[in-house]
Ligand binder design. Structure first.
Ligand code: TPW
Length: 540
């Protein structure tokens, strides 16, 4: 059988680095799902709700530093996934959204079609806002070139892309897709750029290297670690970049969180007269709670394929080429000084005391010290800040766009993509959004350890509005939910029970474990406490 549009697309996805598809079918998407299943080219993981499909694909893309696929049906399915794709766009994760659509012949029927909102193109227009490139594959003659362009964009910008598949086109014969080469780089400009950066660092009194997600998205952790070591420059991550360089031998000090973070790290960054920012997203979560604003005019920024320093910009400088050019020329900086890394808290007191978020960090660090590092997926809420006290390990979190509902499906995406058993840290509020997806674990062979920080409400918001009644959720018995979904539930009320439940969960893989951790009333992690104090001071 010759190549069809569907098989050409699947092959191109695999060539572009996609290794799995998360999806929920619908009638407009059936031809794509049929082709996916019959070709066996990529595994399909179905879930229950499209936001989770988007989150899982996003996390898979993050953990593998390569595109991953979210496949949905037209309208009802695609609109459901928009928020997750917006999150991936903001946080730079190359999710390939594939949506089924009405066939080219149906478009002219004169009838409104089911799942249609305003016009048949409304969906395409909406995805323009949350993806970096889009195409409708309605013509086999142009489909190959469009697929190549769109997949190249996903890789080049590390952002989501959108492909719309009219359902009557997928079986059409189609030539195989040729990957689009990366555009050439001006080598002289690149050399000048690298030399200027290194000269600035050499002249500075206290140079610091800050790394964020682009370093990971473009697969540059090992190179950047080598660069940092060769320069002997202290390294910090941003909040979004937490988990970067976890396996690398680099002079990593900790995570910059401004007023919410460790004072030594904040001083290091804010006092630096040459902050080299590699792939750093300039977001308020990364920089908004600073005591003294980081003076970006004095910083050196390599982001979005550009390098900006000293009031000028080098255009068309892909991060991988910049890092390679720096590495080729880097010499140890004379003013280099070793800065001690921030130590993660350890040593849970396994007693009858009530559990605070910091106890969860301690317990997980003890577990990972004893049994090895596990990848961590977190949601938004105090779990995000609790994770800042974990030992350095692979970490996916919506630290900038801050959408709830990410944690559980992201953990599933991490396991699907990496084969590694993850820890999922999530609040009860966020769990209520997407936690039921754990019911798919048995079918797909996943066995995460899910730690629900159950405080009976939207605790992070209560920290800002202690008097408000609208943040209460009541205490749900989530340990029992786990049993119903085919996992093992553990009701955890004391620190002793926490240590025991974690040990049991770790020792019994093969099914998911859910620790329903009842937190001490009003307890917050030290980082969230500092964060809310700082935000309240800054914004009231
Ligand atoms: C999709 C706004 C940010 S944090 C939060 C809300 C409602 C409370 C989270 O409660 P949870 O965790 O999960 O119980 P904790 O530790 O605070 O008690 N809708 C979406 N995303 C966001 N960020 C919100 C609302 C929000």
């Amino acid at each position: 059988m010759g190549t069809t549009l569907a098989t050409a697309l699947l092959e191109a996805l695999a060539q572009a680095g996609a290794r799995e598809v998360f999806g929920i079918p619908g009638d407009f998407a059936l031809p794509f799902f049929d082709a996916l299943e019959s070709s066996g080219r990529l595994p399909l993981y179905t879930l229950s709700h499209e936001p989770s499909v988007g989150f899982a694909a996003d996390a898979a893309a993050r953990i593998r530093c390569a595109p991953s696929v979210a496949a949905v049906t037209y309208g009802a399915g695609a609109f459901n996934v928009v928020n997750a794709v917006a999150s991936a766009f903001a946080e730079k994760s190359p999710v390939v959204v594939i949506s089924g659509a009405p066939g080219t012949r149906e478009r002219g029927s004169g009838l409104l079609l089911h799942h249609q909102a305003k016009t048949l193109d409304s969906q395409y227009e909406m995805f323009r806002q949350v993806t970096c490139d889009q195409a409708r594959l309605d013509d086999p003659a142009t489909a190959g070139a469009r697929i190549a362009r769109v997949l190249a964009s996903a890789r080049r910008y590390a952002q989501p892309v959108y492909l719309e598949l009219p359902r009557d086109c997928l079986g059409e014969p189609c030539a195989p897709v040729w990957a689009e080469p990366a555009p050439p780089v001006d080598e002289e400009a690149l050399a000048a750029c690298a030399e200027e950066i290194l000269a600035r660092l050499a002249q500075a009194k206290s140079p610091v290297l800050m790394v964020d997600v682009e370093v990971r998205r473009f697969g540059l952790e090992a190179q950047v670690a080598k660069l940092a070591k060769r320069l002997a420059i202290p390294v910090v991550t941003t909040l979004m970049g937490r988990g970067l360089l976890d396996n690398a031998d680099a002079p990593l000090v900790g995570t910059y969180l401004g007023l919410a973070g460790t004072p030594e790290v904040s001083a290091l960054v804010e006092d630096s007269d040459a902050l080299l920012m590699l792939g750093v997203i300039l977001s308020d979560t990364n920089f908004g709670v600073s005591a003294r604003r980081v003076d970006l005019r004095r910083a050196i920024q390599a982001l979005d394929g550009r390098v900006t320093l000293g009031f000028h910009t080098y255009a068309d400088m892909p991060l991988d080429r910049v890092v390679a050019a720096l590495l080729a020329r880097a010499q140890p900086l004379a003013q280099a000084r070793a800065v001690a890394p921030v130590a993660a808290p350890r040593g849970l007191a396994a007693d009858e005391g009530a559990i605070e978020p910091l106890d969860i960090s301690r317990a997980l660090n003890d577990l990972m010290d004893a049994r090895g590092r596990m990848p961590v997926a977190t949601d938004v809420g105090d779990c995000l800040f609790t994770a800042m006290d974990l030992v350095q390990t692979d970490h996916v979190a919506p630290g900038y766009y801050a959408t709830m509902g990410f944690g559980v499906p992201a953990g599933l995406g991490v396991q699907a993509a990496s084969g590694r058993r993850p820890v999922i840290l999530v609040g009860d509020g966020a769990f209520q959004m997407t936690g039921l997806e754990l019911g798919h674990c048995a079918r797909h062979g996943w066995d995460p350890i899910v730690v629900v920080m159950n405080n009976g409400g939207w605790g992070m918001l209560s920290a800002f509005r202690p008097e408000a009644r609208y943040n209460a959720l009541g205490t749900w018995n989530l340990a029992r939910v786990a049993d119903a979904l085919g996992g093992a539930g553990h009701l955890v009320r004391t620190r002793a029970e926490l240590a025991k439940a974690l040990a049991t969960a770790h020792a019994n893989p093969g099914r998911f474990h859910l620790l329903d951790v009842r937190l001490a009333p009003g307890a917050l992690s030290p980082t969230l406490r500092r964060f809310t104090d700082a935000v309240s001071r800054l914004h009231g």
